[in-house]
Each structure stands twice: as structure tokens, then as C-alpha cells.
Design a protein around this ligand. Structure first.
Ligand SMILES: [Zn+2]
Ligand SMILES: [Zn+2]
Ligand SMILES: [Zn+2]
Ligand SMILES: [Zn+2]
Ligand SMILES: [Zn+2]
Ligand SMILES: [Zn+2]
Length: 973
């Protein structure tokens, strides 16, 4: 079960407990059922339940029974070892408890968890992976085989359990329906680090042996599930409060949108409409807690379907029952397998004709019957059965208000054969305190809370409710337990989706973009408007930041580093779409479309309600380049999404930095964290430069989480040589406490006289190009080495994951170059501030802005020199240094020597007489003969430098927040 939702806990809906201080509700309201079932009892024990299931002392609807333990077992409540042979086990969700702990159990059973969800929000499962020491949130068993993980909230489930996962993902935005009066803790039962201490009683509340303890998904507070009920319900976002983008300040209208559209989690298939099943062979095989395989002697295995939909798809669950099982036992087992908490008397099992005997109409109509004569029948019984609900002449239906200020979770009303959607709305509204004159503006909305997609559908006014309920049950009983009805105002249902489309040709007018899109994806004029145009968006230099797509020339086998760097600007637009179906269609279509042989990117953007941000809130805009540093980025993405609001974390391969900058453009004050190598940092800084004039916060300070090799800027700003798995919670604290420093930015104009392709290239000289630089620019030997290195990395990316290994390769590649001798000083001319400078005999010429080059080496050296100023990052000057060859470079790397000081200045012109390797911030290519002009680029950038002293007192951080670190040994494939 997903939620550690305690029915009695304040802050959880469904249990019907009104918020403290809210007006007392009338007996018909949700609170009424609370009084009937008593505090702490699950909602499944509402008036519609007959109570045929043994209620047990623990109320959250578990089906507890005493079991004999055959192996070491821990209690899911107190996480202690269960001594002795007796334990208490829930037959449905496998919750295991001490007998003495039973009366304290508040964790609801998986069977009732959906009804306790406060606001249904779908998960966003990534590809299957192996996660150690994780437990399935549905069946509570360990994930030994590859399982699925929600990339937003880190919920883990077995593939078979996915359809039953509770849609209680973090609600990270408002969808227009509701305006919360307060932000409450979002408790989630989970794997807490074993040293975790309870916020209330200060005792250990974590365990690595069983799922125990709860943690707030926003503030990170950890507690025993029992203790959490005693904590104040309001969540203050904890220590990261000033960095978090509060969910109340983000709006995303998302009727049928899954989070996939915002985060584009790779490798996960798009959910099928109306269903969340994930199963390669289309078969849900293992029942909860029951292994598949040959049944023990005296037992039989049955396939159970939960409705017509499951039969059509051949999705079934397997239950094993004694051969002589009574029909009641079989029925109960079947209901348990589908987590249906209702009274078995309302259901029956019907035989499904096996494919071998499709015409066997007798079997099709057969109902599993009881009595002594049927023992025969049991043995010969067809192995497939479908679970059906018996027709009901009336039932109690819960209607939820689509807003949360009422202080009431839901209203229970009686539905009769005459009840229509309209009559239900009319009956419910007065109970919710709405005046009669406004009722025309409300509708009944059916919400299916699938684990992968939450779907909303307006119910037609004249629809008979009993028919509708029967129809849903007929289709799928599981779907029925995940379906809810809301009354909602028509006005807030008006759709509006912001769709980002990137990868367009640059420099067009809004009208031209419009007609381009009309042509490419036939956007519907009536509902689509172009709201923003970014006509020239910088591209990353080369390999590091490259998206998965290769350009046609690369596909043709042309080695890309020898071509010109691909920094050609691209255009992007933001579309305003006033129709959900159209937005969905455009999103799907744009992803598969190329314009002028460039693939487009599509992303649904949320809207930041900047006026609602607290004055001291400076939310952090996080960019992660998952391609930096040996593909570690996926875990980083997931961890940042979990620690912060997922809507403030952007994956750079989804359209670059622009979507994030656009979303934050109206935020009055924000900061940026770039996770990637130097090239990625340069990419984000360049994009920032491009859109600065459109930002309410034109100079956000930028912090770095260095990934991969190099990382010279990260080093000088004290962020380290590269991320190696430190606790990301403390990384974020350091970002919060960092000081802003100024760093010069430089522009390099590349004016080639002939194309870079060489003699056989037919193209004319390319137009001048501009590259931004923040660290250094190398011409000659150092660029050549990183070029070779880049090519090696492109060929075998798997080999280049460790930073040390990378260094070794760098050296080995370099040794091969020693035999060459090319005298760079004769192949180029250098002017500093318009003055010709005589060059010594060198192989490489390097312009440095920061005191770190080639992974931390000090090229300029520390000696004072009367000819030059002491170098600074913000003095508006670059230092020019020469190296005589690979041996000299090696000596600089090991600190034995420094480079040959040549000049210092703010304006440089280099004339290349032949094609020469050039690198800017570590991104190399071969530059054709021509000019390079280096000059200061506009305003200096504000970078965040990590504070020198440890931000916190010595000793481990309180409660060992190790859960912020990426999942251990996460193996995405
Ligand atoms: Zn216990
Ligand atoms: Zn249970
Ligand atoms: Zn989730
Ligand atoms: Zn499971
Ligand atoms: Zn909290
Ligand atoms: Zn406690």
C-alpha cells in the first residue's frame, strides 16, 4: 500500500475527519460515517459494509489472522524482531505485526488505501530496474526481481502490483480545482535510513528489513506511523523551505495528462488509455503473497478475472485454494487478490469458458456453487473464473467536493434507481453549503485514479447513477475501487495547457512559426495560440550536452568532432492550447516530427503563480544533464525531484535550459543549480544570457554540481571535482548557504575563411559564429588531446564513467602524440589589444579566465610577476599561456611547472593559418583557417561559491537524511 495514510490522522481525506477547528458537519457528511465506524476505523467500514469480514481489533481494514512463523520476521509497526512462533498477518497486504502492536496499527490496508488518498495524483514509473532493500508498496514484499520506481516520489512496486498502486504521488501543483488553505504533511510509509529518528519520540523509526515508519514527502520529517498522528498537520517544507517551489504556487491544468508530459521519463511506455496495466506478456500472474507454480497437493490454482476488460486483455490474477475449499473461501480469496474490501455477499464467481471450449455455453453461465455435491464440481471446475458484482437496487455513494476548503472529505448519499447525475449534484450541493441559485454551474465528474494516470470525465446530467456504477463494475472491479465522484464547478474545468515546442528553425516571426506548425502538425487554429517566441536559442557545443538525436550528417558516418561545432541557434515557441485533446494530440505528434531535418521537442509546462510565493522564497531552478558523467544523471534527477518540487527540476535533454527558464521567467527571485560538466554550465549560462531581458530576475546566481571530468569552474567555486554520491540534501543546504561571486564571461567570434570540412568540401566559407566562454579557450595541443579523448568516449561511452579512469585515458592518448611536431607558433598569429605579440616556440596556446585548467591544474602559476596583474575571475582580463607539448602539459598537471606566461588583456585576435584543433571550456573541434576574436561578453555572471566553513556543526546531520542520496545500486536497465 502506498500511503501511510492513517485514517485517523488529520490531513488525510477520505477518513472523513474534518480539519481541526472546521465547522462541525451534519450527520450526512463524511464526518458522520466517522462517528459510526469509530476513530481510527477505515472508510471501508462505512454504512455500505455489512461487516461480514472479521473486523479485528485493528481498524484500517486489514484481514489479520494469527500465523505460525517459519522464518525470522520483523514487525511492520515497531520494526522489531518478532520473537516466538506467532505473528499477526494481513492476508491481503502482508502487513506483519506483533500481537501486542496490533491495537496501534493505523497503516491502512492496500484494499482501502485508494479511498484515503487526499488528492489523487498519478505516478510516473520509469523503466524496470533492480533496487536493493526496497519494498513493494502494494504487497509489502521485497523487490528481489526487477521492479518499477516512480521517478517523482520513489514509490517502488512489482510490475504485477502496478495496477493496484495507490495514486497518492506527491501533489506538486494545483490543477485549478482547489486552493488549499494550508499545506499539510504528505506522509508516505517508506524505507527510512536505519538510523532515522522519530520526530516525536526521538527513538529509531527506520528499518532496512521491513517497510516501517513514515516520512513527509515535502519536509522530510520522519516518524513512527503511530507518532505521526500526534505531530502538527501543517508542513513547513523543513530546512529546504527557501529552495522549494511550493505546490500551491504551481498551476497545471491536467485533465488527462500524466506527469510523463512534463518530465518525459525515458524508457517507460505511455499508459494505455483507461488502464495502468504493465505486463510484458499481458498477464498478471502472481496473486498477492502467493507464488505461482504447481500448487501443493490438495490445492488448486485458479485464474481470476475482475471484469470484461480483464478478460478481453487476458489479465488475470492467480489464487491458490484448497481443493475442497468452500465457495465462500474461494470468493474471499478472489476478492483479496483484487484488493476489494467489500462484503463478499455482493459478489459471485462465474465460470469463464476456456479457449478450448469456446462454445461451452453451459460453463459460461455457471456460477461457483456450494454444498457437498460440489466437491466433485470443484475438482472438475474450469480454471478461469470472473468475479462479478451482484446487481444492487440501491447503494451509498460518496461524493467529494472538488475543492478542499469545506472541511469535509465527502458526502455520503443514497443512490436509487431514479438517481441521475443531476439529482445527485442537486442533493449534494446544499450539504456542502452551496446556495441553490448557483447549482447550474456544477457538474458531476467521475475520476478514475489509476496508478499511472488519473482520468476525469464529466458525467452526463441525465445518466442514471446505478447504471453507471454497474457498468464500471462490469468492466473492472478494480477500477470501481479506484473510482471517485466529485462535484466540480464548470468554470474551473476550462482547459488551458502551455506546450513548449523546441528545435524549430531560428529567427522566424510568430506568424511564420504559426504557419510552420500548422504545416508540420496541423495545429487547430481555434484552440491554439503562440504565446511566446524564442527565436534564437543557443545549442550546446558538442558531445557532452548532446541530446540523444544525431544529426543526419552524423548518422551518415561523418565523425562529428571534425565538423564545426553544432551551436547553431534554434527557435522555440510556447503554445497556449485551450483544449486538452488538442494539447495531447500536439504533444504526441510534435515528439515524432522533424522540421528541416531537426527533431522537435515537446514539453508541457506548468505555470508558476509568482505572486503567491513567500517574500523570502528564492526557489532553486535545477538543470540536470543526464548525459554528463557516465549517465549517472537519472538518479540525480529522481532524487532532486523527490527533495524539491519536481516542477523545478529540468532535464536538459528535453529541450535544453529554455523550458526551465521560461517557467521561472516571472519569479521575482530565484537561483539556479546546474548538474553537469563545464560544457553544461556554459550551455546554461549562454541560454541565460539569451533570455536575461525577459526574466523578472535577470541575474540569478548559479551553483554547480559537477558531473563527469574536468569541472574546472566547479573546482574554483569549491563545488568539488565531481559528484560521487554525496547526500543531496546537504548539497542543497550548501547551495542555500553559498555566496554569490562575479565571474567574467567572454565571447569568441569564429570567422573561418574556408569550411572546416577540408579540401574536398564543396561548401562556401561558413558565416561567422559566436561561442560563449567562461573557463578557458585552448588552441593546439590541449584541444587536440581532448578531441581524441572525445572520439574515444563517443566510441565506447561505457568505459568512461570514472573520473580517474578518464584521466588515465587522457594521458595515454597524449603519449601517442609525442612523435608529432608541429610548431604551433608558426601556424598562428596573436594580437593583444590590437598589438602583435611575438610567440615563443609552443605547441599550445591557452586563454584562461579561471585559475583551474585541465581538471584542476594551475596553468598560470602562483609566482608574482611585475609584468602582469594578479589574475582574478572578475577583473575583465584573460591570461594567455603557452605550453611546449605533451610533456610540459603533464608537468603542469602534476604541479611541477606552470605554463609560459605570454600576455594579459581583454581583447584578442588570433589568426589561424591552417586548420587547428580548438577547445572552449573543454569542448573541442577542428577550426578552419581564419580569425578568432575574443572579447568580454556583456555583464559578468553571478556564480554561487560554496561557503568555506562547514555549514552545520560537526556530527552527522540530524536524522541522517541519507534518503536524499540516489537509490543505492540503482540499475536503470
Ligand atoms: Zn511490533
Ligand atoms: Zn492489509
Ligand atoms: Zn509517485
Ligand atoms: Zn508487490
Ligand atoms: Zn511535511
Ligand atoms: Zn515515535
Amino acid at each position: 500500500m502506498a500511503a501511510a495514510a492513517e485514517p485517523g490522522a488529520r490531513g488525510w481525506l477520505g477518513g472523513g475527519s474534518p480539519r481541526p477547528g472546521s465547522p462541525t458537519s451534519s450527520p450526512e457528511l463524511g464526518a458522520g460515517s466517522r462517528s459510526r465506524s469509530g476513530p481510527g476505523s477505515g472508510p471501508g467500514s462505512g454504512p455500505e459494509r455489512s461487516g461480514a469480514r472479521p473486523p479485528g481489533p485493528a481498524a484500517p481494514s486489514h484481514s489479520f489472522r494469527k500465523v505460525t512463523l517459519t522464518k525470522p520476521t520483523f514487525c511492520h509497526l515497531c520494526s522489531d524482531f518478532i520473537w516466538g512462533l506467532a505473528g499477526i498477518l494481513c492476508d491481503v497486504c502482508n502487513f506483519m505485526s506483533h500481537e501486542k502492536c496490533l491495537k496501534h496499527v493505523k497503516t491502512p490496508c492496500t484494499s482501502v488505501a485508494p479511498s484515503l488518498v487526499r488528492v489523487p495524483v498519478a505516478h510516473c514509473f520509469g523503466p524496470r530496474g533492480l533496487w536493493k532493500r526496497r519494498f513493494c508498496s502494494v504487497c509489502r514484499k521485497g523487490l528481489e526481481a526487477p521492479g518499477l520506481r516512480c521517478e517523482v516520489c520513489e514509490l517502488h512496486v512489482h510490475p504485477d502490483c502496478v495496477p493496484f498502486a495507490c495514486s497518492d504521488c506527491r501533489q506538486c501543483h494545483q490543477d485549478g480545482h482547489r486552493d488549499h488553505d494550508a499545506h499539510l504533511h504528505h506522509w508516505r510509509e517508506g524505507i527510512l535510513p536505519s538510523g532515522a529518528r522519530c520526530e516525536l519520540c526521538r527513538k529509531t523509526c527506520g528499518s532496512s528489513d521491513v517497510p516501517a515508519g513514515v516520512r513527509c514527502e515535502w519536509c522530510g520529517v520522519q516518524a513512527h506511523s503511530v507518532c505521526s498522528a500526534a505531530l502538527a498537520p501543517e508542513c513547513t517544507f523543513g530546512r529546504l523551505r527557501t529552495l522549494v517551489l511550493p505546490p500551491a504556487c504551481v498551476r497545471l491544468l491536467s485533465r488527462n495528462f500524466s506527469k510523463m508530459h512534463c518530465f518525459r521519463i525515458p524508457g517507460s511506455a505511455a499508459p494505455e488509455p483507461g488502464d495502468g496495466e504493465d505486463s510484458a506478456d499481458g498477464t498478471v500472474s502472481a496473486g498477492p503473497g502467493r507464488e505461482v507454480g504447481a500448487p501443493e497437493s490438495g490445492k488448486q490454482t485458479l485464474k481470476i478475472f475482475d471484469g470484461s476488460d480483464a478478460m478481453q486483455r487476458n489479465h488475470f490474477r492467480v489464487v491458490t485454494v484448497p481443493r475442497l475449499a468452500r465457495s465462500q473461501e474461494v470468493l474471499e480469496a478472489a476478492l483479496r487478490a483484487y484488493y476489494i474490501p467489500e462484503d463478499p455477499q455482493g459478489f459471485q464467481l462465474q465460470a469463464v469458458p476456456t479457449p478450448a471450449q469456446p462454445g461451452d455455453t453451459e460453463a459460461a453461465g455457471k456460477v461457483w456453487s456450494v454444498g457437498p455435491a460440489e466437491e466433485e464440481g470443484c475438482r472438475a471446475a474450469p480454471e478461469a473464473w470472473v468475479l462479478r458484482a451482484l446487481p444492487r437496487t440501491q447503494e451509498i455513494l460518496k461524493i467529494y467536493p472538488a475543492w478542499l476548503k469545506v472541511g469535509v472529505a465527502y458526502v455520503s448519499i443514497r443512490v436509487t434507481p431514479q438517481s441521475t447525475a443531476r439529482s445527485v449534484v442537486l442533493e449534494v450541493l446544499p450539504l456542502l453549503g452551496c446556495q441553490a441559485e448557483g447549482v447550474e454551474g456544477f457538474q458531476l465528474v467521475e475520476v478514475h485514479m489509476g496508478s499511472r494516470q488519473v482520468q476525469r470525465m464529466v458525467v452526463a446530467d441525465e445518466e442514471l447513477m446505478l447504471d453507471r456504477l454497474r457498468e464500471i463494475r462490469q468492466t473492472s472491479l478494480r477500477q470501481m475501487s479506484q473510482t471517485r465522484f466529485y462535484v466540480a464547478e464548470n468554470s474551473v474545468l476550462a482547459p488551458r495547457v502551455s506546450l513548449f515546442v523546441g528545435g524549430l528553425p531560428p529567427g522566424l516571426s510568430p506568424r511564420e512559426y504559426r504557419s510552420l506548425l500548422d504545416e508540420a502538425v496541423a495545429s487547430k487554429a481555434a484552440s491554439v495560440t503562440v504565446s511566446h517566441v524564442y527565436s534564437a536559442q543557443g545549442e550546446p557545443l558538442q558531445t557532452e550536452a548532446r541530446s540523444g538525436q544525431r544529426s543526419p550528417s552524423e548518422q551518415a558516418g561523418q565523425p562529428h568532432p571534425l565538423a564545426s561545432p553544432r551551436w547553431g541557434p534554434r527557435g522555440a515557441v510556447v503554445l497556449d492550447v485551450a483544449c486538452f485533446a488538442e494539447a495531447e494530440r500536439l504533444y504526441m505528434l510534435v515528439r515524432d516530427t522533424a522540421v528541416r531535418s531537426r527533431p522537435l521537442t515537446a514539453l508541457v509546462l506548468p505555470e508558476v503563480l509568482h505572486t503567491k510565493l513567500a517574500p523570502d522564497c528564492r526557489p532553486l531552478l535545477v538543470f540536470v544533464n543526464p548525459r554528463s558523467g557516465g549517465l549517472k544523471g537519472r538518479d540525480l534527477l529522481c532524487s532532486f525531484r523527490k527533495l524539491l518540487n519536481p516542477h523545478q527540476v529540468f532535464e536538459l535533454t528535453n529541450g535544453g535550459p529554455l523550458p526551465g527558464l521560461h517557467v521561472f521567467s516571472q519569479v521575482p527571485c530565484f537561483r539556479v543549480l546546474v548538474c553537469g560538466g563545464d560544457g553544461t554550465v556554459g550551455w546554461v549560462l549562454a541560454a541565460l544570457e539569451d533570455v536575461r531581458h525577459r526574466l523578472a530576475c535577470p541575474e540569478p546566481a548559479v551553483a554547480i554540481l559537477p558531473l563527469g571530468t574536468g569541472n574546472d569552474l566547479g573546482r574554483v567555486l569549491r563545488w568539488g571535482a565531481g559528484y560521487s554520491g554525496e547526500d543531496l540534501f546537504s548539497v542543497l543546504l550548501s547551495v542555500d548557504e553559498a555566496d554569490a561571486v562575479l565571474v567574467d564571461r567572454w565571447t569568441i567570434l569564429l570567422d573561418a575563411h574556408e569550411p572546416a570540412g577540408g579540401e574536398d568540401s564543396e561548401a562556401d566559407a561558413e558565416p561567422p559564429k559566436i561561442v560563449q566562454m567562461s573557463n578557458y579557450c585552448g588552441i593546439g595541443i590541449d584541444a587536440e588531446l581532448s578531441l581524441d579523448f572525445h572520439q574515444a568516449r563517443e566510441e565506447e561511452p561505457g568505459k568512461f564513467t570514472s573520473r580517474l579512469h578518464n584521466k588515465g585515458v587522457y594521458v595515454r592518448v597524449g603519449l601517442q602524440k609525442i612523435s608529432h611536431s608541429r610548431s604551433l607558433h608558426r601556424a598562428l598569429r596573436l594580437q593583444v589589444e590590437q598589438q602583435e605579440v611575438e610567440l615563443p616556440s609552443i605547441e599550445g596556446l591557452i586563454f584562461i579566465n579561471i585559475p583551474s585548467w585541465g581538471s584542476g591544474a594551475d596553468l598560470w602559476g602562483s609566482d608574482s610577476d611585475s609584468r602582469f596583474e594578479k589574475p582574478r575571475m572578475d577583473d575583465g582580463l584573460l591570461e594567455v599561456v603557452g605550453v611546449t607539448g605533451v610533456v610540459h602539459m603533464g608537468q603542469v598537471q602534476s604541479g611541477l611547472r606552470s605554463g609560459i606566461r605570454i600576455a594579459q588583456g581583454s581583447y584578442f585576435r588570433v589568426t589561424l593559418l591552417k586548420a587547428t584543433p580548438v577547445q572552449v571550456d573543454g569542448e573541442p573541434w577542428v577550426q578552419a583557417p581564419g580569425h578568432l576574436i575574443i572579447s568580454a561578453a556583456g555583464p559578468k555572471v553571478h556564480m554561487l561559491r560554496k561557503a568555506k566553513q562547514k555549514p552545520r556543526k560537526a556530527g552527522p546531520p540530524r536524522d541522517a537524511r541519507a534518503d536524499g542520496a540516489p537509490a543505492p545500486e540503482g540499475d536503470p536497465k
